[in-house]
Design a binder for this molecule. Structure first.
Ligand SMILES: O=P(O)(O)O[C@H]1O[C@H](CO)[C@@H](O)[C@H]1O
Ligand SMILES: O=c1cc[nH]c(=O)[nH]1
Length: 274
């Protein structure tokens, strides 16, 4: 109920609605892609790329329930230390991430943390290490569809700080730095591109963080991104991602670490808000 009213307040209070039907339509109407309505909303959402990761997040939630599964957007909700959490997969890439961010905001989500996977671009980063992203190179198409490339892709400072504090308190291996978000995996230039951004001090590569940060910031949503390293720098990309999908243990541990880091960051944020 708390979240419903937050969103509805952006429009009018209940008394100002012309009819009860108008009010009901607003809270019951499902978003086109995530298929969730204001009634499903929560203040906090954790966003994996992979719909399969929803199962792993649910293990950390009480009263976890599946909500919707449409295209690549699968959702579940539950509670972590008494706080309602939505888990919604974005699918791969900035385009579907942008749609997910917009529709989650429409149902009242105010804080979003991506829990993704990345390939390391920094040679010192090991499998399963977390990258807490403090800025992203906007090499994707979706963020550029919203605003010119000079606009920075950066997380919400306090939410980033909360992720740093929770990873530190848990003793997880992590790095703080920049990521590069891209739209391609198999062009003929990937090695040269990775070498270029590695030399510029970028820590890791993913496909969603830049769109999340850019679109989230433009829409007033507070965002952060935690990436689990599934490929070390200059290692075999296909082999490593296959190992991850097959449940290889170090990267699975990294995934668990990023889920806990995000959930604990929401607890820190929630304590600050209250
Ligand atoms: O594991 P997720 O969160 O999907 O993240 C990474 O994995 C996918 C590519 O294999 C891309 O979506 C990339 O950003
Ligand atoms: O190298 C990688 C590995 C995972 N995800 C990416 O986007 N790039």
């Amino acid at each position: 109920m708390e979240n419903e009213h937050k969103t509805l307040n952006e429009y009018k209070t209940l008394n100002e609605y012309k009819t009860l039907n108008e009010y009901k339509t607003l809270i019951e109407e499902r978003q086109a892609h995530i298929r969730l309505s204001v009634q499903d909303g929560a203040k906090y959402a954790i966003l994996p790329g992979d719909p399969g990761r929803i199962d792993h997040i649910k293990k950390f939630l009480t009263d976890a329930k599946e909500l919707q599964y449409n295209r690549e957007m699968r959702s579940a909700s539950g509670y972590y230390k008494g706080i309602k959490i939505l888990a919604v997969s974005t699918g791969m890439g900035g385009a579907s991430t942008g749609i997910t961010v917009e529709e989650l905001r429409n149902i009242g989500v105010e804080y979003m943390i991506r829990i993704g996977s990345c390939g390391a671009l920094d040679p010192s980063i090991r499998l399963g290490d977390l990258v807490l992203v403090n800025g992203a190179v906007r090499d994707d198409g979706a963020s550029k569809a919203y605003i010119e490339p000079v606009y920075p892709a950066i997380p919400d400072t306090r939410l980033l700080m909360a992720t740093i504090r929770s990873a530190e308190e848990k003793g997880f291996p992590f790095h703080i730095g920049k990521a590069r978000s891209h739209d391609s995996f198999y062009t003929d230039k990937e090695e040269a591109i990775d070498a270029y951004w590695s030399a510029k001090g970028i820590l890791g590569a993913d496909m969603e963080t830049a769109a999340l940060f850019t679109i989230g910031a433009l829409r007033g949503v507070k965002c952060a991104s935690i990436l689990n390293t599934v490929v070390e720098f200059e290692a075999d990309l296909k082999q490593n991602i296959n190992d991850y999908v097959d449940g290889e243990s170090i990267v699975k541990q990294g995934e668990e670490n990023e889920i806990i880091t995000a959930l604990e960051a929401f607890v820190i944020q929630n304590n600050t808000n209250n």
